[in-house]
Design a protein around this ligand. Structure first.
Ligand SMILES: Nc1ncnc2c1ncn2[C@@H]1O[C@H](COP(=O)(O)OP(=O)(O)OP(=O)(O)O)[C@@H](O)[C@H]1O
Ligand SMILES: [Mg+2]
Length: 477
């Protein structure tokens, strides 16, 4: 540490430094390569080879970004993440993970890391990650005072994880930066996008939703950009596209991962210049919209697979809000159930119902792959079947749920058995997805349209999942 810290001290005095980066990694060769790479670009650097040394340096403050390795000689970097992110300069932390440790990496992001890079790609990928993190810091510094009282709208829950997302939401409302909301299906991405609009200074302007998964292939350009009269056969009237409709308001690109490659390219230009040309028009129009995008897919993986443009991803995620799945914030289930039930009682003019603790316990023991949407549907189901009951107990749950909850309980008590008896997470997830699909096809009578409605999954994604699990040979409409 000493030698490199000395080097750093010299560099710290350099007036032309553009940002300060602390590298915490026990791989000395990698550290020197990164230092050389960063100093060539005028960054000020220091490195530490243990977590203890790293923390000591971090606490001295002044760092914009910390590169943090996971496997360190004196512990696991991820466990120290909160300590690093709360050091005096509140640095952004980029995690350097081992190859293929994606699960841990995702955990890191949810835990507050800026991003993660797999070790073999660190030299190649670092400049882009660093540029994004620094741009975000600059935007953050430009932000005005964060509004104290955020109008939460219909967002329920007080868990630490949800509160963190609400903090990010509050930060985002104070500026016009592009926001990407990511999370599994049913975690509230659209709800958050609405809340962002409602709390911004564009609240009394339009909120325009573009469902990228269901844009009709042939009309995609005219839907987004509009067209002039006579632009193509059937265009007997001029039409305003969604981008123009969002002028002065918010444009919400839902399921942005489904945007076809050709449109991704056009859209990038629109984002850079806020200008677009309606189909058949001679000149460009301007639209002053604020962009919010949502995805339930891993866009970084899509970039690696060549399915999503990295420059577009860079543009749309100036700030990312990652919504946690419900199973990671079970403590919110009670509040959600009380609120949903109350809503239903009011809607159907019924007296407020009591909720027995065993019902909450049963609901909390389940993993909710469909997240809050699935919880709401379950509460709706219990309510509809038991409208006369003054108090709802777990016995009121539909039989299929009681069986499912019982299974989940058995699985939970099995966690005390040796770890080697647990299935691999990947296998377990695969099987869960397959079971869900099987059930979904059953309940929707093999109709894709109905399956989309019931599950809230996009058409394109359902086809993908059917294909993955070998259901695609069946006849569906
Ligand atoms: N925190 C929350 N409090 C109350 N209701 C919520 C919350 N989050 C989600 N919901 C409700 O759950 C349902 C699903 O939410 P939403 O449509 O926003 O999810 P989504 O993440 O966009 O899902 P998808 O990826 O399937 O489109 C909606 O009815 C929404 O109102
Ligand atoms: Mg949605």
């Amino acid at each position: 540490m000493t030698e490199k810290t000395d080097k750093t001290k010299k560099a710290r005095n350099s007036r032309s430094a553009i940002a300060r980066v602390l590298i915490i990694d026990d791989d000395l060769t990698l550290c020197s390569m990164l230092i050389a790479q960063l100093e060539r670009k005028n960054y000020t650097t220091a490195s530490a080879n243990t977590l203890e040394q790293g923390l000591e340096l971090a606490k001295q403050g002044g760092w914009d970004v910390i590169l943090l390795d996971v496997q360190m000689p004196d512990g696991n970097g991820l466990e120290f993440l909160p300590q690093f992110t709360t050091t005096p300069s509140y640095p952004e932390v980029i995690i350097i993970t081992g190859h293929g440790a994606a699960d841990g990496a995702e955990k890191a992001i949810i835990g507050g890391a800026w991003s993660y890079i797999e070790k073999p790609h660190v030299i190649r990928d670092l400049p882009l990650h660093l540029a994004r993190a620094l741009q975000f810091r600059r935007e953050k510094q430009k932000l005005k005072v964060v509004p104290v009282a955020l109008k939460r709208g219909a967002i329920i829950g007080n868990s630490a994880k949800l509160s963190r997302c609400l903090d990010h939401l509050a930060t985002a409302t104070a500026s016009d930066i592009n926001v990407l909301i990511s999370g599994e299906t049913g975690t509230g991405k659209e709800l958050f996008a609405h809340a962002l609009h409602e709390n911004s200074n564009r609240a009394d302007q339009p909120f325009v939703v573009v469902d990228c998964a269901s844009l009709p292939d042939t009309l995609i350009e005219s839907t987004l950009f509009g067209h002039v009269k006579g632009a193509f056969t059937g265009a007997d009237k001029a039409r305003k596209g969604l981008i123009q409709q969002a002028d002065k308001g918010t444009l919400f690109l839902d399921e942005v991962g489904e945007l076809p490659p050709a449109i991704q390219k056009n859209f990038l230009r629109v984002l850079q210049e806020r200008k677009f040309r309606p189909v058949g028009a001679g000149r460009e129009l301007h639209s002053d919209f604020r962009l919010v995008a949502a995805t339930n897919r891993n866009l970084n993986e899509m970039v690696t697979a060549g399915e999503f443009r990295s420059d577009l991803l860079f543009r749309i995620q100036a700030l990312t809000i990652t919504l946690p799945p419900l199973r990671e914030r079970r403590e919110d289930i009670r509040d959600l159930v009380i609120c949903f039930l109350d809503r239903l009682c009011r809607r159907y003019n019924q007296e407020t119902k009591g909720i027995a603790p065993d019902l909450i316990e049963a609901l909390m023991s389940y993993d909710w792959p469909g997240n809050i949407r699935e919880l709401y549907q379950t509460v709706e189901h219990i309510f509809a079947e038991n409208s006369e009951a003054p108090t709802l107990y777990s016995i009121h749950l539909p039989q299929e749920f009681r069986i499912r909850f019982a299974r989940a309980n058995v699985q939970q008590s099995n966690t005390e058995t040796p770890a080697k008896q647990l299935p691999l997470w990947k296998e377990y997830k695969y099987q869960m997805e397959k079971d869900y699909l099987k059930n979904l096809l059953l309940h929707s009578d093999n109709s894709i349209k109905e399956a989309c409605r019931l599950s809230g999954i996009s058409r394109a994604r359902i086809y993908q999942l059917l294909d993955k699990h070998g259901f695609s040979g069946r006849s569906q409409t």
